[in-house]
Design a protein around this ligand. Structure first.
Ligand code: HEM
Length: 539
């Protein structure tokens, strides 16, 4: 632009003074505009370079001795990898060192990969607390019990233990069996419609697990259609849980759909709690689900308090084992929602791998069948907890599936105060994320010989049961999984019932044993299955 003006000024044409004045003023304005632009861009550029340098230096200082890239991609770090997570990338990180790191935007993330390092994190509640991705606070609501820490968490959790005792679990079994039978019939129908062709089943199994969980948690207080809606919507909740989210919920994004789905579930569970409170006060009402059992304990505690208030002396044996306060419908609902939240993805993952791994190994399936037929010869009889407890081989298959393909590969924790990690010279800074991982400890050749081999026998004749320190499938420390016994029994029930009632075939593809990460882990090919009645000629 300046050269055009210069050319203009240099011309021989004679112009009136006013015209010259105008040209001069245009000239000055343009030149100053150019300078302003130059200044704006150079200031912007300088600030940008300074920010990049600051970002890199602070990354290098925080990284210190940890394994990890020497430089980060400016600001975003490996953000795009976290949007499309790949198992191979995670694995590369774990084997890069016992402690490694990445920095995504402003978040510094430390990854603990070995058994000992992961255990140190799980067992350091003074320094760390579980940290869900930001959006989980919005989905579960900030007042939810899972966000409690320290003593408050321990106290609240104690009140929930009674929901997972042996006696409690026995009462959930009939409802679970009802759901499994309904779904088995549907699976047969699906294969029939496809004329025996295998079809992807991971999504259907997610629905099945959601239905079993809902029946266990809220019994018959929710209709089958409502359960189906929750199962369909639940996908939106998982999809909203990406590692890094936009800080506010923008309409029509994944987080918006996730929040809407979560609100619907919480409302539906609160309605169930209201119904359960009425039913459990009726004479002779027996608990059938987790909600019933919890409300029954509240009613017993209330009666106990009333007797004390009346000045009665209550014998020790009449005192409820756990004295609970009365929880509102919403509180009950939010807590039960945390059970669904914690179990849905992990159980869906485990059941997908279980059906695949056992179908691919007919000799193991045969053993499961023989064990089932020996312990429950009459398949029309309901399965009892006693039956399941005797099924050593079935249990071994479930435990080996959880070891071989652990559903939860990483458990994010937040450093709440500077954490000098024992036996290292590294201090994790307050505000960093620290993620113990489970894969290496569950594939540690010293604990589990030939760890990449699927071998249920190691739980019977081998020494896998003695490797308690390596068994991090359900975490460890004050936040270890509340539903672990229930989860194992439920998977055993599924395997036993499916193997004794129908037949299923897994269509193996080259990517069947490869891992797709979607919150938990799933077979890469989405699990191609077909089902048929026992003894039927064709699928
Ligand atoms: C195969 C299935 C499952 C796996 C692999 C699994 C795994 C885990 C893991 C790794 C943790 C974190 C532990 C820690 O931080 O130390 C956890 C926590 C938890 N799980 Fe599970 N889980 C499963 C099923 C379930 C089920 C069925 C329920 C409920 C019915 C459940 C309820 C919970 C709860 C409430 C927590 C949080 C406990 C707390 O913070 O105190 N989980 N689970």
């Amino acid at each position: 632009m300046a050269s055009i003006i210069e050319a203009f000024n240099a011309s021989n044409t004679v112009f009136p003074d006013a015209f010259h004045a105008t040209i001069a003023s245009v000239n000055t304005t343009l030149v100053s505009n150019v300078w302003e632009k130059v200044n704006f861009f150079s200031v912007f550029f300088t600030l940008f370079v300074a920010a990049v340098i600051y970002d890199q230096i602070s990354y290098r200082i925080t990284k210190a001795s940890l394994a990890g890239d020497n430089w980060k991609i400016p600001f975003v770090g490996p953000f795009f990898e976290s949007v499309n997570p790949q198992f191979s990338k995670y694995y590369a990180k774990w084997v890069s060192g016992p402690l490694s790191c990445v920095s995504v935007f402003h978040k510094f993330v430390i990854i603990a990969s070995t058994r000992d390092m992961s255990r140190k994190v799980f067992n350091s509640p003074t320094y760390v607390k579980p940290c869900v991705v930001d959006v989980a606070h919005k989905l579960l609501r900030p007042e939810n019990w899972v966000f409690l820490d320290g003593k408050a968490h321990v106290e609240y959790r104690k009140g929930l233990n009674g929901l997972f005792t042996r006696q409690a679990m026995e009462t959930y079994l009939p409802g679970q069996q009802e759901v499994y039978r309904e779904y088995f019939a549907e699976f047969l129908e699906m294969t029939k419609e496809k004329k025996g062709e295998p079809q992807t089943f991971v999504y259907k199994l997610r629905e099945l697990m959601c239905a079993v969980s809902c029946r266990t948690f809220v019994g018959h207080y929710m209709s089958r259609e409502a359960v189906k809606r929750i199962a369909d919507d639940y996908y939106n909740i998982t999809a909203a849980l990406e590692l890094v989210n936009f800080p506010i919920i923008v309409p029509f994004t994944k987080t918006w759909y996730g929040k809407k789905a979560a609100d619907k579930v919480i409302e539906a569970f609160a309605n169930c709690a209201a119904k359960a409170k009425i039913r459990m006060r009726q004479k002779g009402a027996e608990p059938e689900c987790i909600m019933d059992r919890w409300i029954m304990q509240m009613i017993q505690s209330e009666k106990y308090r009333e007797r004390l208030a009346r000045g009665e002396t209550v014998a020790q044996e009449e005192k409820p084992s756990m004295i609970l306060r009365n929880f509102s419908d919403l509180e009950i609902s939010m807590t039960v929602f945390t059970f669904l939240f914690a179990s849905q993805d992990a159980t869906s993952s485990a059941c997908s791998w279980l059906l695949q791994l056992i179908a691919d190994r007919p000799e193991m399936l045969q053993k499961v069948r023989e064990e089932g037929a020996r312990i429950r010869p009459d398949p029309s009889r309901e399965v009892t907890l006693d039956d399941l407890e005797q099924m050593t081989y079935t249990r071994a298959c479930v435990k080996e599936t959880l070891r071989y393909r652990p559903p939860v590969i990483m458990v994010p924790y937040l450093v709440k105060k500077d954490f000098p990690i024992p036996d290292t010279n590294y201090t994790a800074k307050k505000g960093s994320m620290i993620i113990p991982s489970t894969w290496l400890s569950l594939h540690d050749p010293e604990a589990y010989a030939n760890p990449d081999e699927f071998d249920p026998e190691r739980w019977i004749s081998g020494n896998a049961e003695e490797q308690g320190k390596n068994w991090l499938v359900f975490g460890t420390g004050p936040h270890y999984c509340l539903g672990q016994n229930y989860a194992i029994l439920n998977l055993m029930l599924l395997l036993h019932m499916l193997s004794s009632e129908i037949e299923w075939h897994h269509h193996i593809t080259p990517t069947s044993e490869e891992i797709r990460v979607f919150a938990t882990i799933f077979p890469m090919d989405d699990l191609l299955l077909s089902f048929k009645n026992k003894g039927a000629a064709a699928y």
